[in-house]
Design a binder for this molecule. Structure first.
Ligand SMILES: CC(C)(COP(=O)(O)OP(=O)(O)OC[C@H]1O[C@@H](n2cnc3c(N)ncnc32)[C@H](O)[C@@H]1OP(=O)(O)O)[C@@H](O)C(=O)NCCC(=O)NCCS
Length: 174
């Protein structure tokens, strides 16, 4: 368990799979992701068996209050220890949104990635219509460093996907 203020994150266990699946399949999460396939419990288990053996990705539960209420999911993907880069993503479960947990979860993850996991470049992908997420990412230091035009089809039209990045030197300057 990595602790930060009144929050923390710990690896996903088999017992967490159902709550993570429920969150992913909720349209308020799903429609903000790159892929919108809904996941069955069998698919969820086979996905977990794959990721739990993977060296290039790590999945965590975000927890609060005595560190046993799961309020979201945090993922590090394309972990590259040679070039010290990683893609980050996080979702807060619907009941906990808009209460500052998302921002704190990113601050927690960035502290871990830059101070302990020794990453140099942390980046993420977000669809341009996800204004809540884009605002949050800017607040914690990410800047837009790329854009893949018309690469997401959602709500009847094509949208750009933004790439946002934060380098360790920029993080430590603040
Ligand atoms: C995006 C997400 C992680 C944000 O987490 P959250 O806990 O709701 O966000 P917070 O409460 O920490 O708010 C952080 C900032 O986001 C913005 N924000 C939050 N809720 C908002 C809303 N309903 N409308 C507009 N901006 C909002 C605000 O700028 C806020 O900071 P401020 O209050 O200091 O101005 C969460 O809403 C979520 O999981 N959404 C669904 C899935 C998703 O979009 N994942 C990201 C894919 S890239």
């Amino acid at each position: 368990m990595y602790k930060y203020k009144d929050m923390g994150f710990r690896p996903v266990d088999e017992g967490d799979l159902e709550i993570l699946r429920k969150n992913r399949n909720d349209s308020s999460t799903l429609l903000n992701l790159g892929g919108i396939d809904m996941v069955s419990s069998e698919q969820q288990k086979s996905w977990w068996h794959g990721v739990s053996r993977s060296k290039s990705q790590q999945w965590f539960c975000i927890v609060k209050e005595n560190y046993d209420s799961v309020i979201g999911v945090l993922r590090f993907q394309d972990i590259d220890p040679v070039n010290r880069s990683v893609e980050i993503g996080a979702d807060i479960f619907p009941a906990y949104r808009g209460q500052g947990f998302g921002k704190k979860a990113y601050q927690m993850a960035l502290e871990y990635l830059f101070n302990h996991f020794n990453m140099h470049c942390v980046y993420l992908q977000v669809t341009e219509f996800n204004e809540t997420a884009v605002r949050l990412y800017k607040q914690v230091g990410f800047v837009e460093t790329g854009r893949i035009p018309a690469s997401i089809f959602r709500s009847g039209k094509y949208w750009d996907k933004l790439i946002m990045s934060l380098l360790s030197e920029e993080y430590f300057k603040k």
